[in-house]
Design a protein around this ligand. Structure first.
Ligand SMILES: [Zn+2]
Length: 311
């Protein structure tokens, strides 16, 4: 086991570093990269990777653990955006070596982690403002072999709500998202959501550890591990609703709630208490997440509703 930081040298703004642990298994096998902290206020993924090494039995292959991808956001306790350059790291991939710090972090993770991995799990949860029920994104690319491998990863992880995620960018030079950076390079990858609201609850952490063990079994890195899901709930389509106004947000629904088409998800008021807008769900479905803290800026997400696919 080797633990070291990946240095991200100063450029047009401050330097940072990315703590990474690499663990070699007993025999050769696949390299699985586990990336936490692309969003620095999302704690269960970070805590799961702190616990993982002590829970590992014998395995084959290699694990790469990115403990905190976005150190400026983690130490600065910021939601979505870096306190240094104001950018969302998980929209900056594959990054660039001469950009701002979020772009340089993305470049370092692309070249030093994703390029060395066979399979990538990008671990997220509801950000500090998001009340979220667990789910995963199963990217659908149209490449049947790659899609089948990603579908098996989703079943192996064990979170039963699976978004069929279509329409991600296909250009590896403009992959935008961390997991999509692996996928556009022909590698199975998945984004996982478990946890919410800046909390550190054991249930959300254990869900991630359980999922990692399931994926290691699926990849043949271990003989044992949690069995794959047999009765997943596939979600398609999925609608992310954004706020039409800036002000205070009052959620009208809770995570995991079933909503009707047209049901009000949130009300927005100005800073004097006058209602500016209501946001209705354009589809019937379940609430995967809803923003649950008052600040809201026009254009930012207020929640996400997903339709369960028929039987
Ligand atoms: Zn996130």
């Amino acid at each position: 086991m080797s633990s070291r930081p990946i240095a991200v040298p100063a450029g047009i703004d401050a330097a940072t570093e990315i703590p990474v642990t690499t663990i070699q298994g007993a025999r050769p096998g696949p390299t699985l990269a586990l990336i936490a902290g692309n969003h620095g206020y999302e704690y269960p993924p970070i805590l799961a990777l702190q616990k993982l090494p002590s829970q590992l039995g014998s395995f084959d292959g290699t694990l790469i653990l990115v403990h905190v991808a976005n150190m400026p956001s983690f130490l600065g306790r910021t939601v979505y955006f870096s306190p240094i350059d104001g950018k969302n790291l998980n929209r900056m991939y594959p990054g660039r070596p001469d950009g701002t710090v979020s772009e340089r972090i993305a470049h370092a993770i692309t070249t030093e982690v994703i390029d060395r991995a066979d399979v990538v799990l990008d671990l997220h949860c509801g950000d500090g403002n998001e009340s979220l029920r667990p789910y995963v994104y199963q990217t659908v690319t149209g490449n049947s072999d790659l899609d089948a491998r990603i579908a098996r990863l989703a079943l192996a992880f064990g979170i039963d709500h699976i978004i069929l995620d279509r329409g991600r960018p296909t250009d590896p030079a403009r992959s935008v998202y961390c997991s999509n950076t692996a996928i556009t390079r022909g590698k199975p990858a998945m984004t996982i959501e478990s946890g919410q609201l800046g909390q550190t609850d054991a249930e959300s952490v254990d869900c991630i550890l359980h999922g990692i063990r399931g994926v290691m079994r699926e990849l043949g890195m271990t003989k044992d591990g949690p069995p794959a899901l047999t009765r997943p709930v596939y979600l398609d389509p999925v609608e992310v609703l954004t706020s039409p106004a800036t002000g205070l947000l009052y959620p009208q629904v809770e995570r995991d709630q079933t909503v009707a088409k047209g049901q009000i998800l949130a009300r927005i008021t100005d800073f004097f208490g006058t209602e500016l807008a209501q946001v209705a769900s354009p589809i019937a479905g379940i609430v995967l997440y809803v923003v649950a803290t008052p600040p809201i800026t026009r254009g930012q997400p207020i929640g996400c509703v997903a339709a369960k696919q028929g039987p």
